[in-house]
Design a protein around this ligand. Structure first.
Ligand code: SF4
Length: 295
């Protein structure tokens, strides 16, 4: 199917709004069919095999198909802000980021613009892009959307936000998220079944992020166990403690994760045999790690 037509009855994520985004309609993600970018710059705060020493060429899109109540980037995820980007302009920016030293091109919250992104990657590759591409997603992608990326995305960086449907419904209005995300991740691992790391940078593979939320330790453990039981050391895990409560959050989301909660998650992962994992230092809970977006 031509990439443009994928917007005309949109089913890029499991919301399956089926709106015609080419005709001025928007669905849950608040986005028309023209990509909107809020920031395209080197970024140094991803996992070390993504950021390396020179930074990841990170491209942030506005709009989001999940809408988590605790979103730390709500300024850009809940509206169509940012500059309009054609696939040609996106391809040019990818090449610019490679020229200034980026280890990779890292698409953040890309699901609702997947057709435009695939077109841009083809153009950029045709014009000489040689660094890996990274798909940095909340994992509410349909399996068909992930399939459309085959051969174009080198590294998948998905979240596994929830294990329990009740949490997914309450916090992201998506009761089916656990099943949807597991299916999306399975397709990612099918495409990139083993990690390939060269000179400290991931060239191909899957890194799944588990963000520990306050008072959700048991659920995070279930996610870690599921991922390790299913994929062993064929994927990397990234255990994240950087949750930052935004104004207006109510208990238990109105506080940061404690050192004890996070240590217990890391100890648990070690105990069950996880070896390919990234953990964070306490300092990463600062709000300063939320990038400054150009709106
Ligand atoms: S990408 Fe947006 S319009 Fe398309 S199904 Fe998802 S939320 Fe709906």
């Amino acid at each position: 199917m031509h990439s443009k037509s994928l917007y005309s009855r949109c089913e890029l994520c499991e919301r399956r709004c089926r709106v015609d985004r080419t005709a001025g309609r928007v669905g849950f993600c608040h986005s028309l069919d023209t990509m909107r970018v809020t920031r395209a710059a080197l970024h140094f705060w991803e996992e070390p095999i993504i950021s390396g020493t020179r930074g990841s060429g990170t491209i942030f899109f506005s709009g989001c198909s999940l809408g988590c109540v605790y979103c730390q980037n709500a300024r850009i995820s809940r509206s169509a802000v940012g500059e309009e980007y054609s696939p040609e302009r996106l391809a040019e920016d990818m090449l610019r980021l490679e020229r200034i030293g980026a280890h990779n091109i890292n698409f953040v919250t890309p699901t609702h613009f997947a057709p435009g992104i695939t077109e841009a990657i083809r153009l950029a590759r045709h014009n000489g892009l040689s660094i890996p591409t990274v798909y940095n997603t909340g994992s509410y992608d349909t399996v068909d959307t992930v399939r459309s990326l085959e051969g174009l995305i080198d590294v998948y960086l998905p979240d596994l936000k929830y294990y329990r449907p009740e949490s997914a419904e309450k916090l992201s209005y998506a009761k089916d998220y656990p099943l949807v995300a597991r299916a999306a991740i399975a397709e990612m691992v099918r495409q990139r079944p083993e990690p390939v790391i060269e000179e400290g940078i991931m060239r191909s593979g899957v890194i799944v992020r588990v963000l520990l939320l306050p008072s959700h330790l048991a659920e995070a453990k279930l996610s870690v166990k599921y991922l390790y039981d299913t994929y062993g050391s064929n994927i990397y895990l990234s255990l994240m403690n950087q949750y930052t409560p935004m104004p207006g959050m109510t208990s238990p989301l109105d506080r940061k994760v404690t050192h004890a909660e996070y240590s217990e998650l890391v100890d648990y992962a070690e105990r069950i045999g996880v070896v390919n994992a990234f953990i964070q230092e306490d300092g990463t809970q600062s709000e300063s790690f939320i990038p400054d977006f150009k709106l």
